[in-house]
Design a protein around this ligand. Structure first.
Ligand SMILES: Cc1cc2nc3c(=O)[nH]c(=O)nc-3n(C[C@H](O)[C@H](O)[C@H](O)COP(=O)(O)OP(=O)(O)OC[C@H]3O[C@@H](n4cnc5c(N)ncnc54)[C@H](O)[C@@H]3O)c2cc1C
Length: 373
């Protein structure tokens, strides 16, 4: 395998099986795998080119931010956006003893995780000394004598470093220019073999679509584990013919912010209704360990199922520990298409340091079973 670093592809000639490079070379191929990832969304405001204004798209960006802070000794960070990368970076800046302010145009962080989890995170950020400014719209970033200033409709926020973290969109410029079909969220449409609309051309990872096993719909989930699995599938198929199918995704994802673990899998009520289900949901509060065991922490689980079929549709959770393994049970159940009747009686490992003899996942599923007709 030859790896050419620093080789930017500028166009794809799918009729003649070759790609053009910025170095003016062309390279021929028998099979082409497109894995161009995402591009970061930019706030539509002036000042993003100023020194000290960053995005975090990859490891190089992270190194640039750290070098900047080491050289300039920043004390105040302003983060624009409130997705999981914004939250992870709020923790990162705080660990460097910086004062952190998050500016967000909505009410609560990580909107796809719902208001219960959003509120928990917001409260936790306050406990950790992070200022979370809801309903705040930045209008410009400006250089000042003392550093940077982020102007907003709610006042001016001074900073030594500004991070814009507004999410990503699929990087499909090459594919689009070459006439490849696009699908969900504008990502490159692929089938279960990773094939695009042109024979011999595959696409994987953040630039490509996938199939949701719960909704059965085409979806776009720019996540590292999905990219790894799709890459394996398309790589095998490109090399050896159609030998492996990508089994699809259930939307399992997680992150940590300070002392909270946050995770979700599957559909929430709104997405479930949009996908044609008749969703019903429960919320339960439990403990991360058996109540009798020292150190038990509160843990919230929300779960959603289809009233007609009893099928589990999704769950999300937040707490100081034990959240990700519980949601991964849900992810496995979703992958297998289990009903809440099945999930309520799963045989799960139990010992007091890890939870009660009934997991919150079983309890939530049994509550949902009780709501079935
Ligand atoms: C800060 C951060 C934290 C994250 N944390 C998590 C996490 O905890 N869990 C999780 O599941 N996911 C996480 N992700 C998402 C995860 O990193 C991505 O889903 C994953 O990297 C996607 O892999 P990929 O190969 O599709 O794209 P990428 O890793 O983005 O790779 C795309 C590559 O294509 C190159 N490229 C683009 N255009 C061209 C061109 N024209 N010519 C040549 N090369 C080109 C790019 O330079 C890049 O190297 C995180 C992302 C970020 C930014």
């Amino acid at each position: 395998v030859g790896v050419r670093l620093g080789a930017e592809v500028t166009s794809l000639d799918l009729d003649n099986n070759q790609v053009a490079l910025a170095s003016d070379e062309t390279m021929a191929y028998d099979r082409l795998v497109i894995a161009t990832g995402t591009e970061a969304r930019q706030p539509d405001i002036p000042g993003q080119d100023l020194q000290g204004v960053f995005q975090l798209r990859n490891l190089d960006d992270a190194v640039r931010i750290r070098s900047f802070l080491e050289k300039n000794g920043g004390r105040r960070a302003v983060i624009i956006g409130a997705g999981f990368i914004a939250l992870e970076m709020a923790e990162g800046f705080s660990l460097r003893d910086m004062a952190v302010t998050i500016l967000y145009r909505g009410d609560l962080p990580v909107r796809p995780f719902g208001p219960v989890i959003g509120q928990q995170i917001k409260d936790h950020l306050a406990e950790k000394g992070v200022d979370f400014m809801s309903r705040t719209k930045p209008t410009a970033i400006e250089q000042t004598a003392g550093g940077l200033a982020v102007k907003t409709d709610q006042g001016v926020f001074e900073a030594d470093v500004v991070l814009t973290a507004l999410g990503v969109r699929p990087n499909t410029a090459l594919a689009e220019a070459a006439g490849l079909e696009l699908g969900a969220a504008g990502a490159i449409r692929v089938d279960e073999f990773g094939k695009t609309s042109r024979p011999g051309v595959y696409a994987v990872g953040d630039c490509a679509t996938s199939r949701h096993r719960v909704s059965k719909l085409e979806t776009w989930l720019p996540l590292g584990d999905v990219a790894n699995r799709q890459g394996r599938v398309a790589g095998e198929n490109a090399a050896a013919g159609d030998v492996r199918r990508f089994p699809g995704v259930v939307g399992a994802q997680c992150f940590k912010v300070f002392d909270l673990q946050v995770a979700k899998a599957g559909l929430d009520e709104a997405a479930a209704a949009q996908s044609g289900f008749e969703p019903m949901a429960v919320q339960i509060k439990g403990l991360s360990r058996a109540g009798s065991y020292p150190g038990a922490q509160p843990l919230w689980i929300e779960m959603c199922a289809d009233k007609r079929s009893g099928k589990l549709l999704g769950a999300r959770g937040v707490g100081a520990e034990g959240v990700v393994e519980r949601i991964n049970i849900v992810a496995t159940a979703l992958f297998a298409g289990l009903t809440v009747r099945d999930v309520g009686w799963l045989d799960l490992a139990y010992a007091p340091p890890f939870g009660g003899s009934w997991s919150q996942i079983q309890i939530a599923a049994q509550k949902l079973e009780g709501k079935l007709g």
